[in-house]
Design a protein around this ligand. Sequence first.
Ligand code: FPP
Length: 249
Amino acid sequence: MSVERALLRDKIPNHVAIIMDGNGRWAQKRGLPRQQGHMEGVKSVRRIAKAACRIGIRYLTLYAFSTENWGRPKEEVSALMSLLVSCLHDEMPLFMENGIRLRVVGQSDVFDPSVREALDAALEKTSSNTRMDLVLALSYSSRWELAEAMKRIGRQVEEGGLAPEDIDDSVIGRFLATSFMPDPDLLIRTSGEYRVSNFLLWQIAYTELFFTPVLWPDFTEEMFYGAIADYQGRDRRFGKVSVSNQTKQ
Ligand code: FPP
């Protein structure tokens, strides 16, 4: 039986987040420019977005460009920006045919107006789609998001709209740029690195983590479904005891 068919339909994760890593190494291994790796990475984005939709995942969040990525060579940054713009255009049929609503989290005011316009147009065009939210983390870092939330909370306290003693995790969650989405159930990182690189630090408190050595451009639907199958075999306790152990003392 294929990995997809073996998945438990009642245990599909609601939200999967992915750190798409390894584009550069994929290209280097072939003696190609790094940009080629990113282009190949877009094909994986297409594959995995479709695969996620097919099994009923509601939110797919992709770490597409971190705040730290601005520090890469200028040519690579501008190649990534051009790729983003062309991808938003070229993948529109995929978004529309699969009912994908595009969302963006990150510091949007730092983008070139042309990138901003392409993003706004894609957000607008897909805004009525309801099957899956594809969230692109762009110019995103978790510490940036937390600092922004703290500034906004501070202002509310100053204005008298919020008492400091009322600040709890649900209040903080409401002030995050990602407040519209539930916490990820599963976080996948490709390329064999075992770190979370400033991605959704607050939100992954109880997320299941899955690391694979496969480079992002080589990551297939079958591998994605394999990660979901692995997730389905986990016992999520959220700091409590599992149901089967509740009566044992
Ligand atoms: C990490 O690989 C990947 C990125 C920094 C960018 C991810 C971008 C894409 C998959 C393509 C563009 C996406 C969209 C949504 C248009 P790396 O360059 O850090 O690889 P390395 O660690 O092997 O150098």
